[in-house]
Design a protein around this ligand. Structure first.
Ligand code: FES
Ligand code: FES
Length: 159
């Protein structure tokens, strides 16, 4: 059965037609063309599809669109508009934490969710905050350094 689903995505109100099994990831990529959010495993295991739902990181591949009716979603594209999130993206580049475009959007979104919760996360906090995001080609050291650096840059800007 087709239903209408209305959400706020990256600050814009949108309405799309979905079935009972349409995922939030499908809405973002297929209906809205927001292809920065990636599909990796499709089972909630890799974190490539991470978005912010009301400020918290979720795997959009295992959330049905009808479950998020009326809620607020921010994708990696939406973070481009936010000056603080720019620090995260730049720190990832400067620290050499970006290897592929596949896991990185999810890593950046999860980092944002972590930095909303905790301004000065420890390495342990960062490991835990990114524990749902898999990268099969790097160690995680540079990624953890990047999140620490982003937190420093955001703090410096706030001073
Ligand atoms: S694609 Fe959603 S967790 Fe892997
Ligand atoms: S850098 Fe993307 S999977 Fe490793």
């Amino acid at each position: 059965m087709k239903n209408k689903c209305s959400l706020k995505v990256n600050g814009k109100n949108i309405t799309v037609e979905v079935s009972d099994t349409t995922t939030l990831l499908e809405v973002l990529r297929d209906h809205l063309g927001l292809t920065g959010t990636k599909e990796g495993c499709g089972k909630g295991e890799c974190g490539a599809c991470t978005v912010l739902l009301n400020g918290k990181a979720v795997n959009s591949c295992i959330v049905f669109a009808h479950q998020v009716e009326g809620q607020e979603v921010i994708t990696i594209e939406g973070l481009n508009e936010d000056p603080k999130s720019k620090h995260i993206q730049e720190a990832f580049i400067d620290e050499g934490a970006v290897q592929c475009g596949f896991c990185t959007p999810g890593m950046v979104v999860s980092s944002k969710a972590l930095l909303i919760k905790k301004k000065k996360p420890s390495k342990e906090d960062i490991r835990e905050g990114l524990s749902g995001n898999l990268c099969r080609c790097t160690g995680y050291t540079k990624i953890i350094n990047a999140v620490e650096e982003a937190a420093r840059r955001i703090e410096d800007e706030d001073v």
